[in-house]
Design a protein around this ligand. Structure first.
Ligand code: SF4
Length: 206
């Protein structure tokens, strides 16, 4: 048996939340094989252990059944979105999908979580993510530096408000790129925000 690696597998961003179909789950089981470990992560991705030599073929098979496959580990996770209970249009499903496509799987100094909520109720807990996007009527607010772990857990702080649909991907991509360029080694995003300061980050995305 060859060396193993992990793939981060998730269903499409959709109304109803992280819904796998029975066929998709069956496919994951078949391609992974009976001696593989499959881990349910806290960020809505399944980590599926596969052999290195079959990695590309397996990715292709999973994508053919509508699954998204991204690198595990030090990369942006797929967008951690809400259930869009207010409906696809009101909660901004298409915008969330576009954002997910733009940011999922980017290599980063530490694993990076980006949350999305379709309204201010924020049931996907966007303020506990590294970057949190909240849809407010027709525009978006962006929070940064949420830290859910440890005894000093904190919520993200408001970085910018009134962001239009067209501005959203450029702004979030700019934050991620700035983090990649300026982080000191494997500096966590919340520590990075504290060191860089909100004022400087505001200037970067202005
Ligand atoms: S964040 Fe708002 S739109 Fe999204 S599932 Fe929660 S209540 Fe519904």
């Amino acid at each position: 048996m060859g060396d193993k690696t992990k793939l981060a597998v998730s269903p499409a961003i959709q109304v109803g939340g992280s819904l796998f179909t029975p066929d998709q789950l069956a496919k994951i089981g078949v391609v992974a094989g009976s001696d593989s470990k499959i881990e349910m992560t806290s960020f809505k991705q399944l980590y599926v252990e596969v052999t290195m030599d079959k990695q590309e073929a397996i990715q292709e098979e999973l994508r053919l059944v509508g699954l998204e496959v991204n690198p595990a580990g030090f990369a942006t996770k797929s967008l951690i979105a809400c259930n869009f209970c207010k409906g696809a249009e009101v909660a901004g499903l298409e915008t969330a999908r576009i954002l997910n496509q733009a940011i999922a799987g980017i290599a980063t100094p530490t694993p990076l979580k980006v949350g999305y909520a379709g309204c201010a109720l924020g049931t996907s807990e966007p303020l506990l993510k590294d970057i949190g996007v909240v849809k407010m009527r027709d525009t978006f607010d962006i929070y940064v530096g949420g830290e859910p772990k440890g005894i000093k857990a904190t919520t993200g702080r408001l970085l910018c408000t009134g962001i239009t649909e067209e501005q959203l991907v450029p702004v979030v991509s700019t934050i991620i790129e700035f983090y990649k360029q300026q982080a000191k080694g494997k500096e966590k995003f919340s520590k990075f925000v504290n060191r860089i300061t909100m004022e400087q980050l505001k200037q970067v995305v202005a």
